[in-house]
Design a protein around this ligand. Structure first.
Ligand code: PGA
Length: 252
């Protein structure tokens, strides 16, 4: 079912005490919001996931991981598996964030394997994709996004999309303060919905949630979320302040 979702990607921020304080702040700030139809997700670092799950228990806040390894287990120093995440109660995993692609060499092919591992384990993926500035300048953004989706997701079955959330994150808008205009976001989201519809089915296209990410803040959230194909946001910097995160949730 298509859902409204606001997800905070904490990246490599917040130690144990900061994680505790931020969750406490978010709980307090969202208490009075009518969250009936909106999912709120936070994704702390691996070391804080377990305590975050405990602190978010019996609240509307869900906890996601920022990454996951595709193998079941084994000699992969520094990595974390689906079983490990499941064992602490994590049900959602961000896959393919542009920082993973850029700094850790994650390719479309690897991301296809990671998506398979997420789904095979009964987890849910927030799958990120987006074009770089040069691609946008050359007006190749639709082509690039189409190719990222095709390479990582087009081998799936229509029913797999029950456990997939899409997140369009133009790389030039991440952490730069520069946001895609609501029209640019809408153009891309409609394009994505259209190609998903053609490849899978109209039902899949209509029911998949597509989030926008890239410098979303309280001041611009409402306008972006007002676009018909934007179902929510993946928030970086502004998810690190409880009041800002709550203001973005309120804007949906
Ligand atoms: P930003 O990050 O909101 O700080 O631009 C978004 C993201 O990387 O998910």
């Amino acid at each position: 079912m298509r859902q409204k979702i606001v997800a905070g990607n904490w990246k490599m921020n917040n130690d144990k005490a900061e994680t505790k304080a931020l969750i406490k702040g978010i709980k307090k700030s969202i208490k009075k919001l009518p969250l009936k139809n909106t999912r709120v997700i936070i994704s702390p670092s691996y070391v804080s996931l377990s305590s975050a799950v405990k602190k978010a228990k019996n609240t509307n806040i869900e906890v996601a991981s920022q990454n996951m390894h595709q193998a079941k287990n084994g000699a992969y120093t520094g990595e974390v598996s689906a079983d490990m995440l499941k064992s602490i109660g994590v049900k959602t995993v961000i896959i393919g964030h542009s920082e993973r692609r850029e700094y850790f060499g994650e390719t479309d092919e690897l991301l296809a394997e990671k998506i398979d591992a997420v789904l095979a384990n009964g987890l849910e993926a927030i799958f990120c994709f987006g074009e770089k500035l040069e691609e946008r300048k050359k007006e190749d953004h639709l082509l690039e996004v189409g190719s990222q989706l095709k390479n990582a997701l087009f081998h799936l079955k229509a029913t797999d999309f029950k456990n997939i959330i899409l997140a369009y994150e133009p790389v030039w808008a991440i952490g730069t303060g520069e946001t895609a205009s609501p029209e640019q976001a809408q153009e891309m989201h409609a394009f994505v919905r259209n190609i998903i519809g053609k490849k899978f089915s109209k039902e899949v296209a209509d029911s998949v949630s597509i989030l926008y990410g890239g410098s979303v803040k309280p001041a611009n959230a409402e306008e972006i979320f007002s676009k018909p194909d934007v179902d929510g946001g993946l928030i970086g910097g502004a998810a690190l302040k409880a009041e800002d995160f709550a203001a973005i949730i309120k804007a949906i």
